[in-house]
Design a protein around this ligand. Structure first.
Ligand code: KE4
Length: 436
């Protein structure tokens, strides 16, 4: 464990240079450390549970590339398979057996999915699923939930208008008002409000899209009955239910959140883990819905690198290890150990925190719990989280650089890693109290 003044000179130099050629110096906003201050660490390499920055500092990593690396970094089996695959070429723009193999694995794992299409990101999966839902229902409106993030497609960069039933307003420049108006934003875990919305406009709603376990306001599990209620309401109004399982897919279990909670959506969006760290997304569902997609149906969607052989190889190896390796039991055990240890540390420091966890995804909130939706986040002190983040980073533990993200355990995190991280948290939280 590091301590004292940690040198990150090379990261600082690279960040200065990066800001001259990349907006904010990054290729995705959250990486820029704007939510926690300071400058990002530039990673040189990673292996197992650890990343090493360009200054040679080593960190136990709980970001895991924001979810894909459930097996840990540079898993030997993936490295071997990718080395062999790359010698056979990197992309063909033609069908391969690999795509069929991975498609069959997804269909076998997720009973609600009878047919699937690969794309290159979670955003692309969600954007395509929305288009299919609108085509299938011949309706334009969608319902999403405040605090849930589904990638950066225009229809989803929308926040609630003034009243609950009023239509959305853009929460990004460049999103046309008419597009935003077709999106209604509801409160997560508030089934009564969704019922009101569906009673008012349900016959115009193409789909309700939800993160079955929210990961983008920090981890927020569904209240008992919430997902089941969405299923009933969407059936009643003949709207489609879309589970955005880009994070939860193969994270909270091999059957995803739909397997964990026993609720079958009409369409599922996937990403992250199914690519083992290479760029992949996928959307799938009932055959009669997916048969709308070109070239079979009238919904156009395409992609140069969709089904890329390297990404398919990484996905097949990852899912094979998850399916056959008994990994989820270890993840649950270490997740529980981590949660209990962190909880003991903030209680001992008399800090007001709450910790949400589902399996190996978790968030430590610096505020009074429970945190069950975006309104509860108003009680959360993200400045205190920022201080925690830097205290942990200086002690060699890399947490997400935002209070409103999920931290991820991987199969590569040992019991020792968890114990060391709890010790780092204990020192960091004590330091927050004593101002040390
Ligand atoms: P991508 O386009 O980033 O592959 O996936 C978008 C997406 C869709 N759905 C959910 C539930 C997601 O969490 C995401 C992306 N997750 C964020 C972090 N929570 C990725 C990190 C980033 O934006 O850099």
């Amino acid at each position: 464990m590091m301590g004292g003044e940690v040198m990150r000179k090379r990261s600082a130099e690279l960040f200065a240079e990066a800001q001259r050629c990349l907006p904010g110096g990054v290729n995705s906003p959250v990486r820029a450390f704007r939510a926690v201050g300071g400058h990002p660490i530039f990673v040189d390499r990673a292996e197992g549970s650890r990343i090493t920055d360009v200054d040679g500092n080593v960190y136990i990593d709980f970001v895991g590339s924001w979810g894909p690396l459930i097996l840990g970094h540079a898993h030997p089996r993936l490295v071997r398979a990718l080395k062999k695959a790359v010698e056979r070429g990197t992309s063909y723009g033609a069908p391969t057996e690999l795509e069929v193999t991975l498609a069959r694995m997804l269909i076998e794992a997720l009973p609600s999915v009878e047919m699937v299409r690969f794309v290159n990101s979670g955003t692309e999966a969600v954007m395509s699923a929305l288009r299919v839902a609108r085509a299938y229902t011949n309706r334009d409106k969608i319902v999403k939930f405040a605090g849930c993030y589904h990638g950066h497609a225009d229809s989803l960069l929308v926040k609630a208008g003034s009243g609950a039933l009023t239509l959305g307003v853009p929460n990004s420049s460049g999103v046309p008002e008419p597009v935003a108006r077709e999106t209604i934003s509801a409160r997560y875990n508030d089934l009564d409000q969704v019922r009101e919305i569906m009673q008012a406009v349900g016959r115009e709603v193409a789909c309700v899209i939800v993160e079955p376990v929210a990961g983008n306001m920090g981890v927020v599990p569904p209240r008992a009955g919430f997902l089941e209620g969405l299923r009933e309401l969407t059936l009643a109004y003949r709207a489609l239910l879309i589970f955005d399982e880009v994070i939860t897919g193969f994270r909270v279990g091999y059957g995803g959140a739909q397997g964990l909670y026993g609720v079958r959506p009409d369409l599922t969006c996937l990403g992250k883990i199914i690519g083992g760290g290479l760029p992949v997304g996928a959307y799938g569902g009932r055959r009669e819905i997916m048969e709308q997609v070109a070239p079979l149906g009238r919904v156009y969607q395409a992609g140069t690198l969709s089904g890329n052989p390297l990404a398919m190889t990484a996905g097949i190896e990852t899912l094979t290890l998850l399916r056959d390796g008994g990994i989820y039991r270890d993840l649950e055990e270490r997740g529980r150990m981590f949660t209990e240890g962190i909880t003991e540390t903030y209680q001992r420091a008399h800090l007001t925190c709450c910790l949400n966890r589902v399996g190996s995804m978790m968030t430590l909130f610096f505020g009074k719990g429970p945190v069950e939706g975006d309104r509860d986040l108003e009680r959360v002190d993200s400045r205190r989280y920022a201080a925690f983040f830097h205290g942990m980073l200086d002690r060699g533990v890399n947490f997400p650089p935002s209070q409103f993200e999920a931290a991820f355990l991987s199969a590569a995190h040992s019991v020792q890693d968890v114990a060391v991280s709890i010790d780092a948290a204990r020192e960091t939280l004590q330091g927050l109290v004593t101002g040390g």
